[in-house]
Design a protein around this ligand. Structure first.
Ligand code: 6PG
Length: 237
């Protein structure tokens, strides 16, 4: 089966609808627990939210976690937390106690273990796992999601909530959610834009080609919604 797909004519339209998702969640719940992904796609989306929806979203209800983090300092240009602060959290009314970053500047294995404990101590539980209201995912043009790469598919099924992953090209260590907590989320929202993702989107959503070897294919399709621009969705059909 295909997950729910929404195709937008512009990144602004996609960002506006993402903002509506946050608004709807905040209208319905006192506390909304959201796990964010990093990379480049969220930057423009976060910029849109902070520029156009700063006064529309009930920011005080949102609590921010991260799906993954590069093993660098929070001020390093590669930091997903640092990127989120720069493009969003420094521009909207979110207090420090609403933000739960991965301390990935520590020893990677220690950071993964500590974040797993943080998730257990701060999130409600469902199916005996920490329960997020919304998990935001991206997808690499190699089919990775979170920081689980095709070369390390086995990490998806780890019994640990978080694992240490290795970027296949750079060797950079990362702390990442594993499949259990991702698929335990109430909803998973993929944000995928750009022509470079079109082939992978086609293979994953149409369950064709090498899709069985892509971590993005392992995300529960019943809970997933894909927000894409026309370029990324070019071959969806
Ligand atoms: C990260 C992300 C990663 C990202 C994809 C897509 O830490 O890089 O969590 O999973 O979502 O690599 O990244 P782009 O949006 O930059 O294409």
């Amino acid at each position: 089966m295909k997950p729910k797909i929404e195709i937008f004519s512009s990144k602004d339209d996609l960002s506006r609808q993402f903002g509506n998702v946050l608004m709807n969640l905040a209208d319905k719940k006192e506390t909304v627990n959201i796990a964010l992904s990093g990379g480049n796609t969220p930057k423009a989306i976060f910029d849109y939210l902070s520029e156009h929806l700063k006064d529309s979203i009930l920011w005080e209800k949102l609590r921010f976690y991260w799906v993954d983090e590069r093993c660098v300092s929070p001020t390093h240009p590669d930091s997903n937390y640092g990127m989120t602060v720069k493009h969003l959290l420094s521009k909207v009314p979110v207090r420090e106690n609403q933000v739960f970053r991965i301390e990935a500047e520590k020893d990677p294995a220690e950071a993964a273990q500590e974040y797993a404990e943080l998730l257990k101590n701060n999130l409600p539980r469902k199916n005996n796992l920490p329960y997020l209201d919304l998990t935001i995912l991206g997808m690499g043009d190699d089919g990775h999601t979170a920081s689980i790469f095709p070369q390390e598919m086995y990490l998806w099924n780890s019994h640990n909530l978080c694992e240490v992953a290795t970027h296949p090209q750079t060797g950079q260590k990362r702390v990442t959610f594993t499949g259990g907590i991702i698929n335990n989320s109430a909803q998973v929202l993929f944000l995928v834009t750009g022509i470079s993702k079109a082939v992978m989107v086609h293979e994953v959503l149409n369950e064709t080609g090498g899709y069985l070897g892509y971590p993005a294919s392992l995300v529960n399709r019943k809970k997933s919604v894909w927000f894409m621009d026309k370029d990324a969705a070019r071959q969806v059909g």
